[in-house]
Structure formats: C-alpha cells, structure tokens
Design a protein around this ligand. Sequence first.
Ligand SMILES: [Mg+2]
Length: 437
Amino acid sequence: MSSEKATASRFPRTGDVTASRQTERKDTAHRHKISRRGFVARAAATVSLAGLLETGRQAEASERRRAPVSPRESIKVTKLETFVLRNSWVFVKISTNAGIVGWGEMLKDNSKMCAAGAKEVEPYLIGKDPRRVVHHWQAIYRHSFYRGGPVLTAVLSGIDQALWDIKGKALGVPVYELLGGPTRDRIRIYGSRADVEQGKAKAFKTQVRADGRIPSRYVESQGFVQRSAENFAALRKAHGPDIDIGIDFHGAVQPQTALLLIKALEPYQPFFYEEPVQCQNVDVMADLARKTHIPIATGERIFTKWGFREILEKKAASILQPDVCYAGGITELRLIAGMAEAYYVPIAPHNPQGPCSLAASCQIAASIPNFLIQERGTDTHEGLLKVPFKAENGFLPLPTEPGLGIEIDEDKLMAQVGEPREYPKTYDRDDGSVVDW
Ligand SMILES: [Mg+2]
C-alpha cells in the first residue's frame, strides 16, 4: 500500500470531517451550552491525569531498560523456587541479592518431577553469579553422571531461561540483544483455525483425524485414509491456497499408515507433516521424508544438540521444532539453530505452554537467521502476565523489555498453584490396546 493510500485509510478526508462536524453541531449545540464549563474542567483534569500517568509509565519503562547492575558489580543467586500450576505448567524463579529475579518454564508432562529436579540444582546455584549462563549450563548438564532425557533437560532448560532473564535485566536489554541483535523486525506466528478466522494469524495447524479418532492402527482402511484426507481437503478449500496449514500426526501413527496418509494428503500441500511417526527410530522417519515433497517437521521429543544431530545428519526432517522448555533452553536452541542452518533447515519452536515458553521462544526467533514460524503465538497469557502478548495480522512485535521481556504477575500465578491435571490415557476403542494420543 502506498503511503498516500495508507494515510487515506487511517484518517478521514477534511471534507468528511467538516460535514460530520456541521451535523453534529446542530444536534448537540444545546447540550454543549449547558455543560461546556463542566466539560472543560473535567477534560483538563482528565488530560493532566492521563499525562501524568503516561509520564510515570514512560519513566518506569526507561528505568527498567537502564542497566541496573554494572557488569563489574557482583550479583549472587540467593534462592530458587518452583511453582506447579493446576494446568500442569511448571515455573522456576531464581532470586538474586541485586533484587533482580529470573523466570523460566519446564516440562509440563512431568511437572512435579521437574519442580523436584530444579530444587536439586539449587545448592549448586546459591552464591554463584547468575550471569555466567553458558558456564552454568555446562556444569548442570555435565556434572550429572546420567545426562539428558526429558526431565533433566527440562530442569536445565527452565534454569537456563531464568539465568538469561536475569542477565538481560541486569544489563537492561532483551536477551536477543546479547545474541547479536535482532535478525528480523517482527515474529511470524501460527495459531488455531479460529485465530485465522479472527485475523490474528495467517497460518494454523490441524490434526490428522477421521471418525473422531487419530489413525493409530497399524494399517488403516482405504475409507479411513480417504476420510482423513477429505477432512484436510475441506480446510484447504475453506481457507484457500495462501493460508499455511500444518498437519500434526502427533507421533501417534504407525509407519505403514503414515505413508498412506502422506500420499493421500500431498495434493492439498500441507505446510508440513509434524511427527509423522515417533522419533525413537530416526531411520524410519528419514525413510518417510525421502518419499514426500512436503516438509517433515519434528523436534518436540528431541533433546539437546546431540538429539538433533542425528535428525539433521539422516535428513529425517527439514523443519526442526525444538522446545525451549525441554531441549536445553535458550543457550541450546541457539546452537541447534546454528547446526540446522548448515542443512538449510529452519526452526519453528514448539510451544504448548505458558508465557516464559513463548517469551523465550521469541528471543530465539528474534536472534536466529533461520526462523520459520512460532507455534501458539496468538496466546496472550493475560492470566499470568502484567502486560499480555498481542498478535496482529500473523505477527508478534519484537519484545522490547529487558530479559525475556515479560513480567509475571505473581498474584495471578499463586492463585493457580495446585495439583497438576492428569494426562489422557488412550486405548483402541475396539480391542482396548494402548494407543498414542
Ligand atoms: Mg506436535
């Protein structure tokens, strides 16, 4: 849109304003006469109060942005706390003697284990300078004789986010500024079909389903495969070719059926096939990837650079979806992105969680060159944040506040602490055998 057109659409023309003002004058002259003095007094008071509030907000924001601690000054970790919420999100909060606190998030599926695991790390961190983030990453990872896996890596990931949060706040800058500065002006996001219909996103993800279930049997019938493809075809028809629609197999499909579905869905060009099979046997996923032109996406159940090395080397996926809460935090995602760049593979961070997950993912998106799109970027998290996220037209703005760029509202958070919800246990509806969900 030209700047002239943009101006025209945002502001009415002078003639329109004059005409509408004349009509308005006739209708309201009497009311104005009666209440003008009171109105002027109220308006003056409102303007001056609004002005004061705005000035206060600006001063507070600029105070937050200024580095509160010089790099030469000492900061020490004083406390590590964990919070498990009823929706199973699990947070770690690290406090310091400088009054700066950092927040991170861990693996929601094993929230109580993660909370206990993070407390195990507390004695190591107490008294240490939180700004040596990579050094602490190495110590926490390598001082465990048994390394990696979802729980230990999630503990490390949450702590890593909290340490980066502290470092950014101490220096008064967003984390991406410490990773080389922004690589883009805004962050592309995807959400749900409803988000697309409401204009918040221009891409969404759906699941592979028919007859109210996931295709979890070893070999599904021709009818079931057809109905699964027809369901996707209906979405493509409704939204047209310019809305990207990913399709998630959720690792619940067996390779025999995955191959049939991949072929049946291909004419409708999904954005990507996500976790077409489980990834314990990377060769099987690599075999599927060689048989389709559609990008294969995976990563939410893969941990650290060592886990992603095999995916990349075997070309099992051409889109990586590491989770900043499980795969090793901001430190590790930055390295995984670097490895992926050498294979022309972009990153689409996995995110089914809370505000630290989205905020830390945004720091990655803002600092790597090979970013594709952010999952659940339409979530506002107003239930936990002082200032919610706000996606518009398929993008989130770059964060501007220091650290992770968010402020947790601890009153809101404490009101949600409780016993985490149970995860679904799924069985085949005909023979009762265990199936994935
Ligand atoms: Mg998934």
